[in-house]
Each structure stands twice: as structure tokens, then as C-alpha cells.
Design a protein around this ligand. Sequence first.
Ligand code: GLN
Length: 308
Amino acid sequence: PDAAPTDYGPLLERIAADVAPLLGSGTPAEYIPALAAVDPRQFGMAVADLDGNVFGVGDWQVPFSAQSITKVFALALALAGGGDSLWERVGREPSGNPFNSLVQLEYENGIPRNPFINAGALVVTDRLQTLTGDASSEVLEFLRQESQNPDIAFDAEVAASEQEHGDRNAAVAHFMASYGNIDNPVPALLEHYFWQCSIEMSCADLARAGRFLARHGLRADGSRLLTRSEAKQVNAVMMTCGTYDAAGEFAYRVGLPGKSGVGGGIVAVVPGRCTLAVWSPGLDSRGNSVAGVAALDRFTTLTGLSVF
Ligand code: GLN
């Protein structure tokens, strides 16, 4: 059973102090200039519990580039709208390869390993585009509603930069299209994918928006997005695939379903209890926030709140 509401404030202060020596280590994403210019010493963390309370520390209200974290929300919407047949087009196994890798696609007939690497996310966005006609707006609107923050927005500069430096994502999308695993025109698909990646939000927004995963599929307004079983499935794929080729290390250290982005953010879920969001731009060699992973590691170590 869920415990009485906890005041996470003092714990977050302690975690922020514990990870302070790590701030500035790692490297902000360098593949687009808009992200490379971010101050790497920033750090924020938020906890949203299921009673509607949100606790935060540091830069927890500063918007950052959500990037691949949006892949979780796109997946949830695609499953909610289109059901299980999505899994005929994308797998559920960790890739063991970098998030933007092409290699597996050739020997697995254009079926990406999982929905959280770029190839898989492009398939998910393609499905969402077919279902809704406006995939990126659908994701943005969902994030606004769940976080109750109508100011969450696309970052046009980041989206344009993604497009300009998007050769690899374009190659991945075209390659899958050659196997018949993309239904929409590739240029339109890429545009939605880049806009989706560009969404800017804070740790406070992200912790709130991810609460449906801790609430076994229930949205902020009490309606159901996912069945309990689907929510379990999304959490499971986050656990095994949410941090690219470091998912094993993340599970070992943090013990929670989590999804990272190259903006330096990570969302993590304690099912039945709360959702965590952390942000610090310095990334490790696999594209995960150095201080972010360390902060989540401290959270589960200090509280014992993991799924294990
Ligand atoms: N926009 C990035 C890309 O497609 C997202 C990758 C990520 O956050 N890992 O390369």
C-alpha cells in the first residue's frame, strides 16, 4: 500500500549537495549548436507524488530541451490510440548500440530493436502521425495537459538545428522506409520527430507529466490513458531500454524505469508512489546525464524506493 505523503524537500537538498562535485563533469550534447551552448553546471530535480504535491531543488523550474524523453510520451499515445499492433513494427529488446545507430536495421529487416532508440521512435512517431495527423502537436498538448502548464512549447531554434544536422535520422528513416516500415512521407515524419525532440520543459513539468506512469495509466484528470497492463509494459521497456546502451548500468545503479534525453534530462518512475525528474546537461559517453544518473542513484539508495 502507498504510504502517507512524504516531504521530499530535505531529501532533495541532500541529494543536490551530494552530486554538487559532479556538476560540470561530462559534456553537453554537441551534435547541434543550440544544445552545445548550454551552461553545463546547472542541476535541478523534482519529485511529483500522486497526491499532486511537487517538490524540487536547484534549477527544477528552468526549462530544458526534453529531446529523447519525449519518446516515452509518444509511445504511450501511440499505444493508447493504436494498440498492440505497433509491436509488429518495433521490438522490445535493449539495443546495446548507440541511440542513433543504423547497423541493426539491415539484418533485422528494418524493424528497430525498441521504441526508445531513434529508429524505434521514428516508427512510433510515424504511427502517431497516421493516427492523429499531427504527431508533434499531439505530444506537446499531452505534456501541457498532464503538467498543467500551458507554456510548455517547441523550441524553434532547436528544431531547425535538428533539421539542419539531421542526416543520420534521415538515413535511419529512409532505410526503414525501404523495408516498408514507414507509412508517411519521410520528410514530414522527420519534421514531426524534430519538433517533438525540441520540446522545452522543466523538471517540475516533467515530473508532473510522467505521473500517469506511476498511476498505472491514469491521467491527471483521472481518465485512463493506458490500461494497467500497458502502463506496466511501458515502464518495463523504460527499464530495459530507456537509457540506450547504458540501460543495464542504469538498472543496476537506480533500479527504476527511466528515460533520458541528450538535453541532460531523465524521467524515472516509482510505480504507485511518485515520478522523478532530474536535469543536468553534462553527459557521459552514452548520452546520459552524469549528475542526473548520480542523483537518481542517491534517491533510490537513500530511500530504498526502487522496483526491487
Ligand atoms: N534529437 C536527438 C536525435 O535525434 C535525440 C536523441 C536523444 O535525446 N538521445 O539525435
